[in-house]
Write a protein that binds this ligand. Structure first.
Ligand SMILES: [Zn+2]
Length: 473
């Protein structure tokens, strides 16, 4: 990796038989050793912001980077100096001492949210306990107990598995709302349980809940003091301000905000063509994605992240954190915020590369908001990771007549360097939901105690990294 010629201090270029070889080695002046030394801080974190890219394995990151910024470009999530990898897996419900090597978001989320492995489909509840009411304490619950403010943001239904693992405990992730409780009978309120995921999330009094899933919260509660009311009405009775549009979210300023911007999952940022079986990948010129497809009444993930930070950091200085420094805090405790880019996973399942990339870029823009906040608030631990790997792969560009490729293919013309890149979805036949995969995924961090993510860790270690940084264990 030793550079032979340094040009402009940035690029090393060598002409080889007419080809240009480019290295991004930055040379001696850009040696990272000092920056890494400075980045390691063993102090206490006041705030934690966890950015969770659902299904955002190394392959999904690389695909989005290549398309958006080119092979030598970098996303915001690539700028963290401290990175590691962590293993993801679940345990088996029938015998929790055995491993399930491919996890879903519920079991993996339970891992990072509670420090305990569970089986696929479970939301912060103990593997092997059937539909009995069991709970594993979450990082959000510990933060609340210590007086920190809490927030949960997602582009999925806010009752979906990843956000749910923080503020609900239930045996089956499908029990979103009071009308979806067929597999969770002991959890129903009329049976003395804590209710569906939607009910539990507002009963938890999480300060900021932003995402999709309005239809779940419009269902009628079937037991307890709010029987016959909707979950939204119960939230309002408990002090929540409810908003359902980007404009209303901008105006919100109370200590508890419930924002539901779509009946189901939130709308996608980009659109494009479905991957197709070989040789139909056609597209010899490569497809170009259509951007800016999200309706304006739904906020972007970056806008939700920015507003969540405004609401959680300091009511009185709402919107001012970009200018003010540490001194303006009035002895308030910090906050814990989770931000999920949910539809990276969902579009990977349905073989749609443009939609998948658009959601990855939207997630990256939300990370930029967190980095901006941390610049004035260095006592903020920021973590960027995924819950599991996924099916999409970068494969050689096929000949139009190639009949030997399994799975489905889509060729894209990358924006950054105008090259062709072919994506393959091959864990299932075309039209079926593509599978998660079992590879380790990236974890990156900055801020107090970020060094604990370096190396190869286990997903459950992330719970302890966050809890220890906040002084909660
Ligand atoms: Zn998935």
């Amino acid at each position: 990796m030793k550079p032979q010629w340094v040009i402009a201090g940035i690029l090393v270029m060598a002409a080889t038989a007419g080809a240009i070889v480019v290295s991004t080695w930055r040379g001696k002046d850009d040696d990272q050793s000092d920056a890494l030394r400075r980045a390691i801080d063993d102090g206490r974190a006041r705030n934690v912001i966890l950015f969770l890219g659902d299904g955002m394995g190394d392959s999904e990151i690389t695909i989005a980077r290549n398309y958006q910024a080119g092979a030598n470009g970098r996303l915001w999530m690539d700028t963290f100096l401290l990175t590691g990898e962590y293993t993801t897996y679940a345990v088996q419900e029938s015998n929790p001492s055995l491993i399930d090597y491919v996890t879903d978001s519920a079991a993996s989320g339970t891992g990072w949210a509670t420090g305990f492995k569970t089986s696929n489909g479970r939301v912060s509840s103990i593997a092997g306990t059937g539909n009995a009411v069991t709970s594993l304490t979450t990082i959000l619950e510990l933060a609340q107990k210590a007086g920190l403010r809490t927030g949960n943001v997602s582009t999925a239904e806010i009752t979906d598995a990843t956000p749910a693992v923080l503020d609900a405990h239930i045996n089956e992730r499908g029990c979103h709302g009071p009308a979806n409780m067929a597999n969770c009978a002991p959890y129903k309120k009329e049976n003395g349980g804590p209710g569906s995921i939607a009910e539990q999330s507002v009963d938890h009094k999480v300060n900021v809940l932003l995402g999709g899933g309005r239809a779940r919260f419009a269902q009628l509660i079937t037991g307890g003091p709010f029987v016959g009311k909707t979950v939204i009405q119960s939230a309002q009775a408990n002090g929540y301000t409810y908003v359902d549009s980007a404009a209303a979210l901008d105006m919100a300023s109370s200590s508890h905000v419930l924002g539901l911007f779509n009946a189901g999952n939130m709308s996608l940022e980009w659109s494009g063509l479905l991957a197709t079986p070989s040789p139909g990948s056609g597209l010899p010129a490569g497809q170009t994605c259509l951007e800016n497809q999200r309706p304006s009444n739904e906020p972007s993930l970056a806008a939700m992240t920015s507003k969540a930070i405004d609401l959680l950091d300091d009511d009185a200085n709402s919107g001012k954190w970009r200018e003010h420094g540490e001194g303006s805090h009035r002895n308030r405790k910090g906050f814990f915020l989770q931000v999920e880019g949910a539809s990276i996973d969902k579009q990977d399942h349905v073989e749609r590369p443009c939609e998948q990339i658009g959601e990855t870029i939207a997630f990256d823009r939300a990370i930029k908001i967190g980095l901006d906040f941390a610049r004035n608030h260095p006592d903020t631990l920021i973590i960027v990771t995924a819950d599991h790997a996924h099916t999409s792969q970068i494969v050689p560009v096929p000949a139009a007549t190639d009949l030997t490729r399994p799975g489905t293919l889509s060729t894209l013309l990358t924006k950054g360097d105008r090259s062709l890149m072919t994506i393959n979805y091959g864990t299932r036949a075309h039209g079926q939901s593509q599978d998660h995969t079992g590879a380790q995924v990236r974890i990156a961090a900055q801020g107090p105690q970020a060094a604990n993510i370096v190396g190869v860790t286990n997903q459950t270690d992330l719970f302890h990294t966050m809890a220890h940084a906040l002084g909660l264990e």
